[in-house]
Each structure stands twice: as structure tokens, then as C-alpha cells.
Design a protein around this ligand. Structure first.
Ligand SMILES: *[C@@H]1O[C@H](CO)[C@@H](O)[C@H](O)[C@H]1NC(C)=O
Ligand SMILES: *[C@@H]1O[C@H](CO)[C@@H](O)[C@H](O)[C@H]1NC(C)=O
Ligand SMILES: *[C@@H]1O[C@H](CO)[C@@H](O)[C@H](O)[C@H]1NC(C)=O
Ligand SMILES: *[C@@H]1O[C@H](CO)[C@@H](O)[C@H](O)[C@H]1NC(C)=O
Ligand SMILES: *[C@@H]1O[C@H](CO)[C@@H](O)[C@H](O)[C@H]1NC(C)=O
Ligand SMILES: *[C@@H]1O[C@H](CO)[C@@H](O)[C@H](O)[C@H]1NC(C)=O
Length: 423
């Protein structure tokens, strides 16, 4: 592993820096679901980085988000209360306390020398992985028979922002170029949290990460008898024409540039916000606020806004980031945006990080037919988790959905199961 020689030792440095350590305070997490081993394939290439490793880490990450059994995706709208998808999700495991204590809020502290190097899991407890776990198998399929060679990893470098290697529980980073804002820092920080939470549980691995929005590994370039195998490149979203491997986006751990808290903290606010205004008391319209300049489809959406002559049941607003930043982002606080019965999700330049905040709002999500997916989106089901909106007929599609929802609200039939993401 000569690669490591050039790599900057990373380890706990980030934890010690700036405000990052703070957000650990009081966090408790729940059991990591046991990972099924990937089929022991591979073996061909000498420098092989076994699929298994990457698979493991990807699965571990994703499970980190699904909060194992605590990730409940459903709300029974007629009752306004959460209903588990299945019995499997009802089993509440004994919460485990992570041996990490930052409640002292001492930002210059170092990790104690006696920090555990192993993590005890209770093997008797076997949660069932949420449905969207299976997509990691799908994403890694291109390498299932070939394994991943050194050459493939090298080729992933072209557009990557960093390469990350974990050896014996230590993280090493090789930075290739600067990412937008602090996307890379927060992505890496998420990985460090994972290591801290499950000491000794992550296998040695290597992955190459691209922090930009759009997927770049086109599957068409890697088809046919003489084509090269695709490089394994991790990023935040994919689409049906590409082979990039999706990974949770940085905003789960925070997005300081726009004052966005880590997901765990934000959920608490969202829950309070949801509790403040019951669904029936909310504005009976479809709400959207965002930046229309990033995509044609968003500009198109704005034509559906209410006007003197037409009401498509949509209330649409342009996000003015300059103004917001001057006002300390009070207007863009997502937990105060759960004021309408319907919320529109529409892609921007690629998938939009707003998706999870919209879904968590406990309103009905009206999803304009998306092209890009993130790590959990492919498991969302129309009518169960969101109401699909036609991309080429947005206004009428929105009007229909809102009218339908408002007129069926009293009936027990109206049992749209809306996503509510809990801790
Ligand atoms: C939602 O609640 C209603 C009223 O209690 C019930 O009849 C319906 O079966 C529930 N739907 C689901 C999916 O649990
Ligand atoms: C964490 O540290 C604080 C301050 O040092 C201490 O008061 C608290 O009891 C610790 N919590 C745990 C769970 O060890
Ligand atoms: C933070 O912790 C470091 C190392 O444990 C210590 O030297 C420093 O005095 C502490 N700072 C505060 C404000 O408690
Ligand atoms: C693949 O390579 C072989 C040998 O170099 C060549 O004869 C053949 O035409 C190539 N096929 C394609 C589809 O490029
Ligand atoms: C929701 O609001 C009610 C009263 O408005 C309050 O009693 C309850 O504790 C709140 N629940 C949560 C989870 O905040
Ligand atoms: C949409 O209509 C509302 C209500 O008239 C208005 O406040 C808002 O600024 C409009 N949005 C856009 C993007 O024009």
C-alpha cells in the first residue's frame, strides 16, 4: 500500500478542530444492524480491494442513517401518528451508549488515551435492514464479478476531490482538489464519527470521492467487449445513465455555510415544528421555496404560482440567499417551513439536499418526477411516500393533487403514508 505514504495522517485532527466536536454532545445511537457478507467473489486481481470492504463500509454508512430500527418512514395521515412499516421496525433495541463524550464542549480536547478500540455488539439482536439497503448491492454490481483493481481506483481519480483510506481504524486522506464549500470536510467528518461510534468494526478500505453534484461515470463508456471496467467513484447522487456509487450527502453532518445543523439536531427541531401545527391546520396549498436559477424545470415550476388570474394551489417563493445570509437564515430555517399541507420537491442542478427536509415535514410531498437519486430515494414509493407530479404538466398536476388531498382529508380512505424520519 504505497499509496498511504503520500497521505496525510488524518486521524482525530478534525474532531479537535473548530466547532465540529460540539455536535456529539448527548448523542446516543442505536445498534448497527448486522451486515450480511457480500458474496466472496473477487480474487482475480492482485491489488484487489475487495468489493466486500467497500460494500461493508457503504452498508455501515447507510445503516448509520437508517438508525437501524428507528428509521420509521410512515405516518398514518388519518390518525396523525407514526405507524411502523413492519413489525421488524417496532422492535426497539436497547439503545447503546457510544463511548464518545463531548458534552464538556471543550473544542480543543483530544480523544482520551483509553478510548475503546473494540465495540461490543450483541449478536443476539438481529434487526432487519430497511429496504433501501439493497441499492448498495445494485450500485456495486459492476464490480461483482471482476472485483476492484488498483487500476480502476486510479482511474476514479480524474474527477475526485479526495481519496480516503482506513487502515486499522485510522483514516488517511489524500486531497486531490478543493471541493465546493466544506462538503469534503463534512463528508470526512461523517466517516470519522462512524469510526468513533463503532471502534474496531470497520474493515480496512479505500474509497475515492467526488463532492460535486452530478454523476460522471457514464455506463455507456464501459459497455462492450473492449471497454474498460468502470472506476468506483463515490458521490452524493446518481441517475440511470451512470455508475457512480451513492453515499449520504455532507449535509447530514452539517452545512455551516447556510447554517444547516446536522441531521440529528435538525430532526428534533422538525419534530417540534411538526407538533406545533397539525396537518389539518396547515395552509391547504403546495409550498416550495428555493433557487430557480439552477434548473430549467424550476423556472417552469414558478409559472404555477398563484396570480390574479389563476390559482394552481401552489405557493412558490424564491430563496434569496444574499438576503437570508444577512438575516442569519431565519427565513430558511427548515423547521419553520412545515406550514403547508403539501410541499413540493423539485430537483435543481442535480438531486437536492432539500429532499430529506421536505420529506420529514409531515406534510404530503409532491414530487416532481426526478431524474437523480440519492442513497434512499429509490426505495420511496409513489402514493405511499410521496405524490408524483408530472414534469411536463406541473401546474395541473399540482392542482389536481392538492384538490384531491383537500377533498379527501376527512375520509378514512385518505391514508397517504407520509415519510417522517425519526430518531
Ligand atoms: C390509518 O388509520 C386509520 C384509522 O384508524 C385505519 O383505518 C387505517 O387502516 C390506518 N392505515 C394504515 C396504513 O395503518
Ligand atoms: C461527559 O463529560 C462531562 C464533563 O466532563 C461529564 O460531566 C459527564 O458525566 C460525561 N458523560 C458521560 C456519559 O460520561
Ligand atoms: C480543554 O481540554 C484541554 C485538554 O484536555 C485542556 O488543556 C484545556 O484547558 C481545556 N479547555 C477548557 C476551556 O476547559
Ligand atoms: C476489440 O479489440 C479487438 C482486438 O484489438 C478488435 O479486433 C475489435 O475490433 C475490437 N472491438 C471493438 C468493438 O472495438
Ligand atoms: C406536542 O405539543 C403538545 C401540546 O401542544 C405537548 O404537550 C407535547 O409535549 C408536544 N410533543 C412533542 C413531542 O413535542
Ligand atoms: C408567488 O405568489 C405569492 C403570492 O402572491 C408571492 O408572494 C410570491 O412572491 C410569488 N412568488 C414568485 C416567485 O413570484
Amino acid at each position: 500500500m504505497t499509496v498511504i505514504q503520500n497521505m496525510q495522517r488524518f486521524s482525530t485532527a478534525i474532531l479537535q478542530r473548530s466547532q465540529l466536536g460540539r455536535d456529539f454532545s448527548g448523542l446516543r445511537i442505536f445498534r448497527l444492524p448486522l451486515m450480511k457478507k457480500a458474496p466472496a467473489a473477487c480474487s482475480i486481481t492482485i491489488y484487489t480491494f475487495f468489493l466486500f470492504f467497500i460494500l461493508f463500509v457503504a452498508a455501515a454508512f447507510i445503516s448509520f442513517f437508517c438508525f437501524s430500527s428507528r428509521f420509521i418512514f410512515l405516518v398514518n395521515n388519518s390518525e396523525r401518528k407514526a405507524v411502523p412499516i413492519s413489525e421488524n421496525h417496532r422492535k426497539t433495541p436497547r439503545p447503546i451508549v457510544v463511548p464518545l463524550n463531548c458534552s464538556a464542549r471543550n473544542l480543543t480536547q483530544t480523544c482520551p488515551g483509553n478510548y475503546p478500540t473494540t465495540f461490543d455488539t450483541d449478536l443476539a439482536w438481529k434487526p432487519v435492514c430497511p429496504d433501501y439497503f439493497r441499492w448498495i448491492h445494485e450500485d456495486l454490481k459492476p464490480w461483482k464479478t471482476t472485483g476492484i483493481s488498483r487500476d480502476m481506483v486510479e482511474r476514479a481519480k480524474r474527477s475526485a476531490h479526495f481519496r480516503l483510506v482506513i487502515v486499522k481504524g485510522k483514516v488517511y486522506i489524500e486531497k486531490y482538489k478543493k471541493s465546493i464549500q466544506t462538503r469534503d470536510v463534512f463528508t470526512i467528518w461523517g466517516i470519522l464519527q462512524l469510526l468513533r461510534r463503532y471502534p474496531g468494526k470497520l474493515l480496512d478500505l479505500e474509497l475515492t470521492f467526488d463532492c460535486n453534484d452530478r454523476p460522471v461515470i457514464r455506463s455507456g463508456d464501459h459497455r462492450g467487449p473492449n471497454s474498460t471496467s468502470p472506476p468506483p467513484l463515490f458521490r452524493y447522487c446518481g441517475d440511470r445513465w451512470t455508475l457512480d456509487v451513492v453515499f449520504p450527502d455532507w449535509s447530514f453532518w452539517g452545512w455551516p455555510e447556510i447554517n444547516m445543523k446536522p441531521w440529528g439536531n435538525l430532526l428534533k427541531d422538525l419534530k417540534e415544528g411538526n407538533n406545533r401545527t397539525k396537518w389539518m391546520e396547515r395552509e391547504p396549498y403546495a409550498y416550495w421555496k428555493g433557487n430557480p436559477l439552477v434548473a430549467e424545470t424550476r423556472r417552469d415550476l414558478l409559472t404555477c404560482n398563484v396570480s390574479d388570474v389563476q390559482d394552481w394551489n401552489a405557493r412558490l417563493f424564491v430563496q434569496d440567499w444574499m438576503l437570508e445570509s444577512q438575516q442569519g437564515y431565519k427565513q430558511s430555517d427548515v423547521s419553520n417551513q412545515c406550514t403547508h399541507r403539501y410541499k413540493i420537491y423539485i430537483e435543481g442542478w442535480a438531486w437536492s439536499v432539500s429532499e430529506k427536509y421536505i420529506l420529514a415535514c409531515d406534510s404530503v410531498t409532491l414530487m416532481v418526477k426526478p431524474r437523480y437519486y440519492d442513497f434512499f430515494m429509490r426505495s420511496l414509493q409513489p402514493v405511499h411516500h410521496y405524490w408524483p407530479i408530472k414534469d411536463n404538466d406541473k401546474c395541473r398536476s399540482i392542482k389536481f393533487a392538492v384538490d384531491w388531498g383537500n377533498s379527501h382529508k376527512q375520509k378514512a380512505k385518505f391514508t397517504w403514508l407520509m415519510p417522517l424520519i425519526y430518531f
